[in-house]
Every structure is written in C-alpha cells, then in structure tokens.
Design a protein around this ligand. Structure first.
Ligand code: PMP
Length: 285
C-alpha cells in the first residue's frame, strides 16, 4: 500500500513520523474518514469543511497541501486501486524539538499531514446492514468538545470493547440521562414517521452523514425532530439506526438487551440507507 506523508507518496513501511509528534505524545491531532464507493469519494466537501473547522477550533495551522487534498485523495485511491473502502486523513500540530504542553511556534513547527487508504470490497452491500446491529449503553466520559474530530479516541475505543465483551456491536453513550451518540456514529430513533436525533452542539460530532441523511429524510416526507432522547425512549421506539461515513445508515435492532419491533431492521432505516447510497453516489467525486 502506498501512503502519503507530508508531500511524499511512499510504501507504508517506509513512512515515518517523529516520536515528538504532538498527536503521538498528546493526542493533538484531527482526522477525517471519507468513504470510497466505485472509486469515488462520498461527501468529500463536507469532510473538508469539517476538517477546516476542527483545525480552526484548535488553533492549528492548515497543512501547506490543504488546497491539494482532493487531488491527494484521488491519487491515493488511484495508486492503491481502491474501488470500495475509505481514505483516512490526519493532521497534527507537528513535531517540535521537545515535549512541552505549550503549543509549538507555528513558524518553526509545521503540521504533519498523513493519508492512507483501506480497501473494503463490497462496502455498500454489508450483510450486517441486513441483520442490524445490537448496542449497549455506557456513560459518556469523553471531554466536552466532541464537535471537534480529534484523534483522542481512547474512550470510544474502550466503549467498543465494552460492547464486544457484552456480545454486542457498539455502545451508545449517555450523559445526563440522554443519548449523545455512538462510539463512532450518530444515533437515531424512529417513532411513526418521525426521525429523532440529538440536536447539534459541542456534545456530539456534527456528522457529515447525519447532515445528508436528515436532508434526505425531509425530502422523503419523513418528519425530523432534533432533540434529546433517553435509552428507555429508544427501547420503546419503532426503529433505531446509526449513521457514519463508514457504515452509511446502519439499523439498530437491540438496545441493552431489549429487542426493537420484531428484531429486524426497520422499514425507514432500510429506506434511508437505500436513499443515502443512491443519492450520495450521484454527488460523489
Ligand atoms: N460521532 C462520532 C463520535 C464519530 O466518531 C463519527 C464518525 N467519525 C460520527 C459521529 C459520524 O460522523 P460522519 O458521518 O461524519 O462519519
């Protein structure tokens, strides 16, 4: 596999980042994951805009190659012959000479930019989506700037492990009695014709897939209600699902051991998955 590091396309085993890199020492980095379907990038503009916002919120400078990011994504997809899969991008505050809590001088320490691809043949035809996933609930113990897509992923990673140990697929995080989001996705419930999901704030990541799916839901005459919901309300809902760039729309069929409906993916979740895949392919670049 060929990867990209600070201007160079290299075999992955020759790519190097300093041990003093701020992301390695302090989790001082931001990232994006863009899906590839049929060799094309899904929702690329949305991911680029969110990257820009994450950098701004953290007072991190843009990598020199910021304006070339589309070309770099495309080049990696081409070189690695990715049909279905994803492109991972990470920007860090760079590698100063020493470890220090104070941000390094942006004049002398330039950001690190790394991209790599992962092939996932048949990504859109996920057999998991036909069955739906099972989630557990856990307390949301993350920091309070979840709107910034940082590489500080230890707690979400622990959450996934808790789910795995419980024989489930993912965890929904709960704060002050309300669901915030999944470990790596936004969370939704469906009641009748209504799609319910938490409103945007610093409490959750502003999902690029979320924005698209809510737009498609409205266009398909579904009602959208952006508000908090509890695990108890979710367990009594008609359907539930999650969204993310890598899972698109994924039905949820069980929450903390309680089966939703007849235990199979709900009609609206399935419809939204279809619409999302169809519509987002039209604007893929
Ligand atoms: N919330 C969290 C915590 C995430 O990590 C992700 C995926 N990166 C999402 C939501 C979904 O965002 P997107 O649709 O942009 O992938």
């Amino acid at each position: 596999r060929t990867v990209y590091v600070n201007g160079d396309y290299l075999p992955e085993n020759e790519a190097k980042v300093s041990i003093f890199d701020r992301a390695f020492l302090m989790g001082d980095g931001v990232y994006e994951v863009t899906s590839v379907l049929g060799g094309k990038l899904i929702d690329f503009d949305g991911h680029l805009k969110r990257l820009d916002r994450s950098l701004n919120e953290l007072d991190m400078q843009k990598p020199e190659a910021f304006d070339d990011l589309l070309a770099i994504h495309r080049e990696l997809v081409r070189i690695n012959d990715v049909t279905d899969g994803m492109v991972y991008l990470q920007v860090t505050r760079g590698a100063p000479d020493d470890r220090d809590f104070v941000f390094p001088d942006p004049e002398t320490t330039k950001p690190t930019l790394v991209l790599f691809t992962q092939s996932k043949p048949g990504l859109a035809q996920s057999p998991v989506a036909d069955k739906g996933i099972r989630v557990i609930s856990i307390e949301d113990l993350r920091w309070h700037r979840r709107d910034i897509k940082t590489t500080q992923l230890l707690y979400p990673s622990m959450g996934k492990m808790m789910a795995k140990k419980a024989g489930c697929d993912d965890a929904w995080m709960v704060e002050d009695g309300a669901v915030t989001e999944g470990t790596s996705n936004n969370a939704y419930i469906v009641k009748g014709n209504k799609i319910i999901t938490r409103a945007l704030s610093n409490d959750i990541l502003h999902g690029i897939t979320r924005a698209a799916v809510l737009r498609f839901a409205r266009e398909a005459q579904m009602e959208v209600e952006e508000r908090n919901f509890t695990i108890e309300e979710a367990q009594g809902a008609d359907e539930a699902f999650i969204t993310s760039a890598s899972t698109f729309v994924m039905p949820v069929v069980e929450i903390d051991g309680v089966t939703l409906g007849d235990g199979t993916p709900g009609a609206r979740a399935r419809r939204l998955r279809e619409i999302y895949l169809e519509e987002s392919l039209k604007t893929a670049i």
